[in-house]
Design a protein around this ligand. Structure first.
Ligand code: 9WN
Length: 436
């Protein structure tokens, strides 16, 4: 399946529904591919990073020019990266979207390096990747600190990666939707309308992306000087936890290249403190997203709020609370559910089949498994690992599944499902933090 989805320079998430290169998909795919071919895994990341903008952003989609424009919406003629993105330094030779996705890339680059350090050194892989990854983190930590509390904000639900999560309902309610007749959804050619986001949500996604594009993809601070000030700005726990995990990985990369890495580890520590300060709710025992424009935490429990478990220096009381919340009636881990649901089983908006409003995804399962193992929760990690491996296989490597039954939903033959299965098979049950 990873062979079928390989284009020669990168891997598509799914031939039908997602026929281009996606940013965080490619990072997860590289993490699995390294066990099949470290060279291909390096190439996957190199192709993505070759499309990086001069301001440091890594676009969420890199378009394949040989795929027809109507195969996926929004297509390159919507984003117009080479014209609307010129001021922000979009590449001239390749078309991309103008928004980003979660920063899993430095973590992926480090893990790819560890799978074959000899090949990596001979090809100068990390030497070439390091400045690009550092610029990416700089972009997120400076241009995207829209809340002024040191965390990165996302300006579109597609940026956070859990597109249709109920967490976005409140901030999205302030966005005037683009008229339904002004665009044509290609996703409904492949997925069932009951499972995909509604037309109203799509109208809001399109409005936000249009406004960002029409403001030439300028971010917050520039926005005050006349560019676009996004109506939607959210500090999300999973997005920021992945940034921090990647900052730790970047420190290891710096060490491999002869530096001390101390400043980067220290920054990762400071960011962990900021994450706790701004997004941790001790009474609820989990992290929540912060609505930067409306103010305050968004009271919806999402798997995103469990993912900071990944962070190695999280205080023990927070780790224990997160493990309790994962096993509680809200997520059912080790009890009523087979895989971690994307959203609160008891939440009003819960739906076991609708996109990011309840079903379980394999990348979040992989992240929670890694977090549990990092903090010595071996029994729970082993059980989750077995469930991921089992359900990936029986679901035909589905895009996502019903969290109770494991029934396949969305596309099958999905890139990161196959890749992360491979990774769990190869890394076995080694302790999370030591897992390379
Ligand atoms: C929009 C590719 C992507 C994933 C996202 C997932 C879905 C796209 C869509 O597919 O998003 O980026 O069209 O719904 O939500 O996490 O990266 O697999």
């Amino acid at each position: 399946m990873l062979e079928d989805n390989w284009t020669g320079t990168s891997t598509v998430p799914s031939r039908g529904l997602y026929p281009h290169q996606w940013s965080w998909d490619s990072a997860f795919i590289a993490i699995g591919l390294r066990h099949l071919s470290p060279l291909r895994a390096q190439t996957e990341l190199e192709t993505l990073l070759a499309a990086q903008w001069d301001d440091g952003r890594i676009p969420h989609i890199v378009f394949n020019p040989s795929v027809p424009l109507d195969a996926y919406f929004p297509s390159p003629d919507f984003w117009r990266s080479s014209t609307a993105g010129r001021a922000a330094g979009a590449p001239r030779t390749v078309q991309t979207s103008g928004i980003v996705q979660p920063p899993v890339h430095a973590l992926a680059a480090w893990l790819v390096h560890c799978s074959d350090p000899g090949l990596s050194r001979a090809r100068g892989f990390l030497t070439r990747m390091y400045p690009r990854l550092a610029a990416w983190h700089r972009y997120l930590l400076h241009r995207r600190d829209l809340g002024g509390g040191s965390l990165a904000s996302v300006v579109h639900p597609w940026e956070q990666g859990m597109d249709n999560s109920p967490c976005w309902d409140l901030p999205l309610s302030r966005v005037t939707p683009a008229p339904a007749r002004s665009f044509r959804r290609a996703d409904l050619d492949h997925g069932s309308a009951q499972d995909r986001p509604t037309d109203l949500d799509y109208g809001r996604y399109v409005r936000l992306a249009t406004d960002y594009r029409d403001g030439e993809y300028r971010d917050g601070l520039d926005g005050r000087q006349g560019g676009g000030r996004s109506e939607f700005a959210v500090e999300d726990p999973s997005f920021n936890a992945l940034l921090i995990a990647s900052e730790h990985a970047l420190a290891r990369i710096a060490q491999e290249l002869g530096a001390t890495g101390t400043a980067r580890h220290a920054r990762a520590e400071r960011l962990t403190a900021a994450l706790i300060d701004r997004l941790w709710d001790p009474a609820e025992g989990m992290f929540f997203s912060r609505d930067v424009r409306g103010g305050g935490l968004i009271p919806e429990r999402s798997v995103s709020g469990l993912i900071p478990l990944l962070l190695p220096t999280l205080p023990r009381d927070i780790v224990e609370a997160l493990v309790r919340t994962a096993a509680s009636k809200h997520f059912g881990l080790g009890g009523t559910t087979r895989l971690v649901p994307s959203y609160d089983l008891l939440g009003e908006a819960f739906d076991p089949h609708r996109y990011w409003r309840g079903p379980a995804w394999f990348n979040t399962g992989w992240l929670v498994e890694r977090g549990l193992r990092t903090h010595g929760e071996r029994g729970r990690a082993d059980a989750l690992r077995r469930a991921v491996l089992d359900i990936a296989d029986t679901s035909g490597f589905a895009e996502y599944v019903d969290p109770y039954t494991g029934e396949a939903c969305g596309a099958t033959g999905f890139g990161w499902t196959a890749a992360l299965t491979l990774d769990l098979l190869h890394t076995g049950t080694a302790k999370g933090g030591d897992r390379q």
